[in-house]
Design a binder for this molecule. Structure first.
Ligand SMILES: Cc1cc2nc3c(=O)[nH]c(=O)nc-3n(C[C@H](O)[C@H](O)[C@H](O)COP(=O)(O)OP(=O)(O)OC[C@H]3O[C@@H](n4cnc5c(N)ncnc54)[C@H](O)[C@@H]3O)c2cc1C
Length: 383
């Protein structure tokens, strides 16, 4: 069987890798592999600390995918020697003031009711765990089961496994249109050249909105929710002897009602994210950069004494209900898009479900998950 996978972000790349493991010949198409939302993502695998009110349908997907991560990474590292930055250090969620603490305490009630592990800490407990945390932090919560990965490393490792180990093809051109051939699919590339395959997987993130020829009643348009993300490098003078990171946990916080997070990378750099904007500005916003630095400095004051490395902005690909759309939307055409805030966390589950739909091997245990992500649930359809 031959499959074309459109999009080489984490979802398309992981799906292509899974298909290759099953003996499928894959053509991966992407003009800028790994440079979409994946390039900006913090890489928090935060099934628990990312719980939001009213998104109950997402919790089982997030928990199931988090549970699959260790095996997913173990399998991937048998196919590539490149690192993924997967770290099982837990997450601290900090409160900058009493109202922030009360909001986090309310949320921890929901987390406990869903059987998730959350431990409440005093400011002193927090600083015992992470001495770099600022003196104004009065309380916190620890979610030991929320881990992290480096999304840029992950996508590089997946591409290495697909191209070097499996010998698949990558075409660095956009797909501009798709067409059903009855017993297969054809895609038209930016150069005008066409490729054909038995099956077609669409995983182009927010790029889905620009592809022509999709069948009517296939999907709902995605909305771009931009996020600004910063990276800083920690000077040696701030580190304790023998240490490479300023802090070991992923640190999230509510600072006067506004969320911010700090993700340490293995090379000692720290990612500071992320704003959430629906203003159409696809470059880093000045106000966003200022707010992230201000709030990061409240959580860990030393971060304001670091070297500024980069600011990037990307669009989170949001579906109308913030839940991914994964399903066979026409014979041989599998959609896997709309992963919004959780695409890195949902990669093991989402890519496995997508590959199962392509190869027609869906397990009975996955019917509930597939019901939750079925694109047909969204009634706003494009013709
Ligand atoms: C600021 C920010 C922070 C985030 N933090 C986290 C986090 O901590 N944890 C988490 O789980 N998630 C996080 N996310 C969400 C996560 O990044 C996304 O859900 C995930 O990257 C989606 O993966 P994807 O492969 O579907 O899309 P993308 O990563 O956007 O990849 C899509 C790919 O398709 C390609 N493409 C587009 N159009 C076409 C076309 N016509 N033809 C061919 N190729 C095409 C693009 O070049 C791109 O490489 C964050 C997102 C942002 C923006």
């Amino acid at each position: 069987m031959r499959a074309i996978v459109v999009g080489a972000g984490v979802i398309g790349a992981a799906t292509a890798w899974r298909l290759g493991q099953r003996g499928v010949e894959v053509i991966l198409c992407d003009p800028t592999p790994g440079r979409g939302a994946t390039h900006a993502a913090g890489g928090m695998l935060a099934a628990i600390s990312e719980v939001q009110y009213g998104q109950e349908a997402l919790y089982p997907l997030m928990l199931a995918s988090a549970a699959e991560y260790p095996a997913f990474i173990a399998e991937l590292t048998r196919d590539t020697e490149l690192p993924t930055g997967h770290e099982t250090a837990g997450t601290l969620v900090l409160a900058a003031d009493r109202a922030d603490r009360d909001a986090l305490a309310l949320l921890s009630g929901v987390q406990h009711r869903h059987g998730m592990r959350v431990e409440e800490l005093t400011g002193r407990d927090v600083r015992r765990l992470e001495p770099a945390v600022g003196p104004r932090i009065a309380a916190g919560f620890r979610t030991p089961d929320d881990h992290r990965i480096d999304p840029r490393q992950l996508v590089r490792a997946l591409l290495d496994a697909i191209l070097a180990r499996q010998g698949q093809r990558l075409i660095t051109e956009p797909v501009v249109a798709v067409e059903s051939l009855g017993d297969g699919w054809s895609v038209r590339l930016g150069s005008g050249h066409a490729e054909t395959a038995d099956k077609l997987v669409l995983a182009p993130g927010i790029g889905l909105n620009g592809i022509e020829g999709l069948p009517a009643r296939a999907y709902a348009p995605l909305r771009p929710v931009f996020g600004d993300v910063l990276k800083v490098a920690i000077p040696r003078s701030l580190l304790l002897p023998g240490e490479t990171q300023l802090f070991g946990h992923t640190i999230r916080g509510l600072v006067h009602g506004v969320p911010v997070y700090l993700v340490p990378r293995a090379d000692g750099q720290v990612v500071i994210g992320a704003t959430s904007r629906e203003d159409g500005l696809d470059a880093p916003s000045a106000g966003g950069v200022w707010r992230l630095l201000r709030d990061a400095g409240t959580l860990v004051p030393g971060l304001l004494e670091t070297e500024f490395v980069e600011a990037v902005a990307r669009a989170r690909p949001g579906s109308p209900d913030d839940i991914p759309m994964i399903g066979e939307v026409a014979p041989g055409l599998v959609l896997s898009a709309g992963y919004f805030r959780h695409g890195i966390l949902l990669t093991p589950l989402g890519s496995r479900l997508t590959a199962d739909l392509v190869s027609g091997t869906v397990a009975a245990d996955d019917h509930d998950h597939l019901g939750a992500v079925d694109p047909a649930r969204l009634l706003t359809l494009r013709s």
